[in-house]
Design a protein around this ligand. Structure first.
Ligand code: ARG
Length: 471
């Protein structure tokens, strides 16, 4: 017998039952569903909509179910369609017909909206916390290598040298914006929809503010149609997740490049790599590759939900049940990615011996030769031309700018003096970029201090720290 079976005379087709059922994935909402029901039942009792004793029996039954849900002891059935009707059936088995009073003044439409708001509020908090942990790992590695220099690239061609710490901290600031985006999305998740009923509100004197306060929400939905139809907060979560995954994917790509023999800048810990079944020498950066690969599915979930909502009339439509799997899969994709990256970054070895060699055949100090002339009053365009010819000469001789003689320099401009060689030393080249936000060790130290300050201030921010994914 279905909870909604009254107007039906025939049984549901079995395929229809399986096709419309959501219990396979919405059982993740069991805890929040029960917590929401406890708040609803308490409010019904206080308002005299049901008897105080009835409310007590219902709440006691729900608390029993909550304990069982936390212990993974609830048995769900596909015939009961979704988490809401499964919980109601389980409550009925536990406390008898009084369970039938719980759904007074409520629809599954506002119920599922409430559940998702509760769930996502916690998910946003968890993501922010895991972002912080990855930021902390980046800061740690940056701090441990204050003067390691790596080639900086544009167009993936050697451009100018930068500090490794500077490069890693670039990701710190990307992640900082990600954390802000999730906190911002959480602020619009913090709205209480219950009381909207199926779409139009309720004939019962519900106290929505009471439910809002009990569940710790900051605001109410002010329109019942909006309350049951809104999935913006999920789209925002998926959008923030897509940007975050894009950042992780860029870092993943750099790690894949950097661990190749051609770059050889870092070596990942064995714990974060896998081998080949055929080639005994292989040590592959699978985790980085998979994170790069999984970015696509998160983008897919964003596009999927946007498309579900496009053209959907108010208010609830069954299409909206499609909001869940993509969001849950996104959470399950994001959280392990963040955690794995934190561990992988923290344990990677910087190959300083390789990095010292990296500049032996390279021209990443060429800008500094041009700047040297420009500082002596030579128009920069002219200086650029002179250095271009020096580079060409060095290439012809199979050397670099350090390998030319002062006579070679002076043949192209008499403004060159012996100090040009000190001027183009790679450490000096890096140290010379002392603008705020630049790569000079002093500027990076300042940046690092700012980053650490941000971390210290923000670590306390993620107050909804309960794990939502069981990983
Ligand atoms: N399982 C449904 C969902 O996830 C719950 C709401 C169902 N409401 C309804 N009128 N069928 O969206």
């Amino acid at each position: 017998m279905k909870l909604w079976g009254g107007r039906f005379t025939e049984a549901t087709d079995e395929l229809v039952e399986r096709y419309t059922s959501s219990i396979g994935f919405d059982q993740r909402l069991a805890e929040v569903d029960i917590r929401g029901s406890i708040a609803h039942a308490r409010m019904l009792g206080r308002q005299g909509i049901i008897g105080a004793d009835e409310a007590e029996q219902i709440i006691a039954g729900l608390e029993g179910l909550l304990a069982d849900a936390r212990a993974g002891r609830l048995a769900f059935r596909v015939e009961d369609e979704d988490i809401h009707m499964n919980v109601e059936r389980l409550l009925h088995e536990r406390i008898g017909p009084v369970a039938g009073k719980l759904h007074t003044g409520r629809s599954r439409n506002d119920q599922v909206a409430l559940d998702m708001h509760l769930y996502m509020r916690e998910a946003c908090g968890q993501v922010v916390e895991d972002i912080r942990a990855l930021q902390a790992a980046l800061v740690e590695v940056a701090e441990a290598h204050p003067d390691v220099i790596i080639p900086g690239y544009t167009h993936l061609q050697r451009a100018q040298p930068v500090l490794l710490a500077h490069h890693l901290l670039a990701y710190f600031w990307m992640l900082e914006r990600d954390a802000e985006r999730f906190a911002d999305a959480a602020s619009r998740t913090d709205m209480m929809p219950l009381g909207a009923g199926a779409l139009a509100g309720s004939t019962f004197p519900l106290d929505r503010e009471q439910v809002m306060r009990e569940l710790g929400f900051g605001r109410l939905y002010e329109n019942s149609l909006d309350a049951v139809s809104d999935r913006d907060y999920l789209i925002e979560f998926l959008a923030a997740s897509s940007i975050l995954m894009m950042h992780l994917s860029r870092l993943a790509e750099e790690l894949v490049l950097w661990t190749s023999e051609e770059f050889g800048f870092v070596e990942l810990a064995d714990a974060y790599c896998t081998g080949s079944s055929m080639m005994p020498q292989k040590k592959n950066p699978d985790v980085a590759e998979l994170v790069r690969g999984k970015t696509g599915r998160v983008y897919g979930h964003l596009l999927g939900l946007l498309t579900v909502l496009k053209g959907l009339p108010l208010a609830y439509n069954k299409d909206l049940q499609e909001d869940k799997e993509g969001v849950f899969d996104t959470i399950d994709t994001l959280l392990p990615a963040l955690r794995l990256f934190a561990g992988m970054i923290r344990t990677m070895r910087v190959r300083q011996e390789r990095l010292r060699e990296a500049f032996s055949r390279d021209f990443s100090n060429a800008t500094d030769v041009a700047d040297y002339l420009a500082a002596k009053g030579v128009p920069f365009r002219e200086a650029h031309e002179v250095v271009g010819r020096l580079v060409l000469l060095a290439i012809e001789r199979g050397t670099n700018l350090e390998g030319l003689s002062l006579a070679d320099y002076r043949a192209l401009s008499d403004r060159f003096e012996e100090d040009i060689f000190e001027h183009i030393r790679i450490e000096r080249v890096v140290a010379a970029r002392a603008t705020r936000g630049g790569t000079a060790p002093a500027a990076v130290a300042q940046q690092l201090a700012l980053a650490k300050e941000r971390l210290a201030n923000r670590l306390g921010d993620a107050h909804h720290t309960q794990a939502t994914d069981g990983t």
